[in-house]
Design a binder for this molecule. Structure first.
Ligand code: C2G
Length: 131
């Protein structure tokens, strides 16, 4: 069984996220999503999520491409996650291109093109009526 992992906040889940998860899952048979906790988002990523960790986790678990959701509590857990979960392929959107090449020592590292026209920031701006 080929195991894939990806990381993210996945707040205001949208089709760009789904595009990423669908393509990530195609690299194997089992996809793990390491979901940023509320604390990690706030303290490290300066992101205030609209949905809580538990709400975001439930949304991800309802996606057919996702097999397991685990917490992402810090920047430094990736190498241990790859070993602990016997990961074959690490996948991220290409806005992170090159940032995780150190994981090539443990697994395949793949950066996939983002879905260009959608983002949580854009959604919030559109809903706020901002140009
Ligand atoms: N993504 C995408 N297309 C978009 C928006 C997001 O392909 N239009 C991808 C991102 O590249 C990322 C994943 O969806 O691979 C999750 O996006 P975010 O929730 O914004 O993740 P981020 O805040 O970048 O967190 O340790 C890594 C971090 O946790 C990544």
């Amino acid at each position: 069984m080929k195991r894939v992992i990806t990381y993210g906040t996945f707040d205001l889940l949208h089709y760009g996220h789904i595009n990423l998860l669908r393509r990530a899952r195609q690299y194997g048979d089992y996809l793990i999503v390491a979901l940023s906790t509320d604390e990690f988002n706030w303290n490290e990523k300066k992101k205030k999520c609209y949905f809580s960790y538990e709400e975001r986790k439930a949304l991800l678990e309802a996606i057919r491409y996702v097999d397991l959701v685990i917490p992402e509590e810090g920047w430094d857990q990736k190498a241990s996650d790859v070993r602990e979960y016997h990961i074959d392929t690490f996948v991220m959107g290409d806005d992170w291109a090159g940032q995780f090449d150190f994981l090539k020592e443990y697994c395949e590292v793949v950066y996939l093109p983002r879905t260009p026209e959608i983002s949580t920031t854009q959604i919030k701006q559109d809903l706020a009526g901002k140009p």
